[in-house]
Design a protein around this ligand. Structure first.
Ligand code: ADP
Ligand code: MG
Length: 186
């Protein structure tokens, strides 16, 4: 229940954000992510398409695409996350599951899990150990379970809150906020 309460509380706060805050903080987080991905030479990167004032990765997506990185976005089908490659950020997508923009699910564009160097996941809450609270369906837990890629979280600093993770929750390795880079405490 604790997770449900924290999820609801943070979602409420995020819904009330000014667009200026979303833009400015997202840009700072994108810059940190860009530096990290360049340093790690992670060229095949799965991002997400922001909804409901999530940290907006659009500036990062455009920078990476311009530099020749291979970018994919999640498509949710049958309760499963499928990475699908995109060539352009604008016009890449249509409304899909729960109104989230996603690429067209074309067979030739599906990315195998082993072809991803790094994935950036959205979250409602992250704790200091890199565990996340999502929208409550556990889709990313299933997806991340068998993924070898570097796992990264993007969140505003006030989304870092202590909570007790469950045994099936899968942590990310690093969480990026507008003013910090939190490496997972092992
Ligand atoms: N690896 C898993 N194996 C089995 N069930 C899982 C797994 N991951 C998540 N679930 C199920 O999904 C539900 C939602 O997971 P939860 O972690 O609460 O959501 P979220 O990560 O989206 O916040 C859980 O109640 C759990 O039953
Ligand atoms: Mg979970």
């Amino acid at each position: 229940m604790e997770k449900d309460k924290q999820r609801a509380c943070v979602l409420k706060k995020r819904t009330g954000m000014f667009q200026q805050e979303v833009r400015v903080k997202s840009a700072l987080i994108c810059q940190k992510l860009l530096n990290f991905l360049e340093e790690k030479q992670a060229r095949r990167v799965m991002l997400y398409y922001a909804i409901k004032n999530e940290v907006d990765l659009k500036p990062l997506a455009i920078d990476l695409l311009t530099s020749g990185y291979k970018i994919s976005l999640p498509v949710t089908k049958n309760e499963e996350i499928i990475p699908v490659s995109i060539d352009h950020y604008d016009h890449c997508c249509k409304k899909g599951y729960k109104g989230v923009y996603e690429p067209y699910l074309l067979k030739g564009r599906i990315i195998h899990k082993d072809e991803i160097d790094a994935v950036v996941v959205p979250g409602v809450v992250f704790n200091q150990r890199g565990y996340r609270i999502g929208y409550g369906k556990g889709f990313y837990d299933h997806f991340l379970k068998s993924l070898k890629a570097i796992k990264l979280g993007a969140a505003y600093s006030w989304q870092i809150i202590n909570f007790k993770e469950k045994e099936y929750d899968v942590p990310v390795d690093v969480v990026f906020t507008e003013n910090s880079v939190l490496r997972r405490e092992k």
